[in-house]
Design a protein around this ligand. Structure first.
Ligand code: ASN
Length: 329
């Protein structure tokens, strides 16, 4: 494989190239006496990668963070960097290196905005499960695969993709399935719709909480969120969107106060449909004013709600978005 070449051209006279945006994550991580932390910048990462063919690379070292430590502002900065890169006509594709812990959120957020653009250029995220100084780091192969994918004409127009562990996944429906396996991800369904959301003028304007529900959960969980100034709540409920009746009463209070409440599930696969009643079923939650996210799991449903509320979407527009996020076939 040919080693990566870094672009050294003035910005006014650029040849076709790929942009690599680095953000940290295990792919850039080394062991220290205080645990593994991101240490490598883009130039060092590129010495380990190939696969970009004849296309030179322009590297943007945007941040160096573990993905679990990202703020929503960081996530919007990453989205902005990708979308800005795509405005340059000489950019054939964008690769983003990122931690795997919250890969499902960032790839989904970027795809929400990419879906509203007229840009077929591939946007490929990648990362690693093993640190750069591990005996067999997976980062170099993943990075090379991401560069190949970004340079591959067949990746054009497919939205944000994730290349890792020898597989390429779409962003919509993605979730992390293993803390250690190189096959780190799966999707709830391979062909989900890609409704877009308008970009807000200045990043995320709305805070959304994600609450995990379980037998015996305290209704104070929802009450606490309601009193904390959030604009929306996503419930990671049980089964096909069910919970305890005490939660339903709190949801009714939250929706009456103007909050958007969206029901998802902690179950990885299958459709969430309002089927059960009994006080805490999804039928009751919908009666209490909640919306159902039939396919997007809680982390991506939360990101959707952050973007929708930041764009000023109302209840009907939020419902339309989730209805359009199911399988297209
Ligand atoms: N494999 C990884 O990248 C995990 C790391 N904690 C991160 O998300 O940044």
């Amino acid at each position: 494989m040919r080693p990566a070449t870094l672009l050294r051209m003035p910005s006014t006279d650029r040849a076709e190239h790929l942009v690599v945006i680095t953000t940290g994550g295990t792919v850039a991580t080394r062991q220290t006496s205080k645990g593994a932390v991101p240490r490598l910048g883009g130039a060092e990462l590129m010495t380990r990668a190939a696969g970009n063919g004849d296309l030179p690379l322009r590297v943007v070292d945007l941040m160096s963070k573990d993905s679990s430590a990202m703020s929503v502002d960081d996530q919007f900065r990453i989205a902005e960097a990708v979308l800005t890169a795509l405005t340059d006509e000489s950019v054939r594709g964008v690769v983003v290196t990122h931690g795997t812990d919250t890969m499902e959120e960032i790839t989904f957020l970027v795809d929400l905005y990419l879906a509203g653009l007229d840009s077929p250029s591939p946007v490929i995220f990648t990362g690693a499960q093993f640190t750069d100084d591990a005996p067999e780091p997976d980062g170099p192969a993943n990075l090379s695969a991401a560069l190949s994918c970004a340079a591959d004409p067949s990746a054009r127009g497919r939205g944000v993709l994730v290349a890792m562990g020898g597989t390429v996944w779409p962003a919509r429906g993605l979730f992390k399935i293993s803390t250690t396996d190189v096959r780190a991800f799966d999707v709830v369904h391979p062909g989900l719709g890609r409704p877009s959301v308008p970009r807000p003028a200045s990043g995320a304007a709305s805070r959304v909480d994600l609450l995990s529900l379980y037998p015996g959960v305290s209704p104070a969980l929802v009450a606490g969120a309601l009193g904390s100034g959030v604009a929306g709540i996503v419930l990671s409920a049980n089964g096909s969107g069910n919970t305890h009746p005490d939660i339903t009463a709190q949801v009714a209070q939250a929706t009456a106060a103007g909050l958007a409440v969206v029901v998802s599930t902690r179950v990885p696969y299958g459709e969430v449909t309002a089927t059960y009643g009994g006080g805490g079923g999804a039928v009751d939650l919908v009666d209490a004013g909640a919306l159902v996210s039939s396919w997007l799991r809680a982390p991506q449903a939360r990101m959707a709600l952050v973007a929708l509320l930041s764009a000023g979407a109302d209840h009907a527009e939020i419902a339309t978005f989730f209805a359009a996020s199911g399988p297209t076939d």
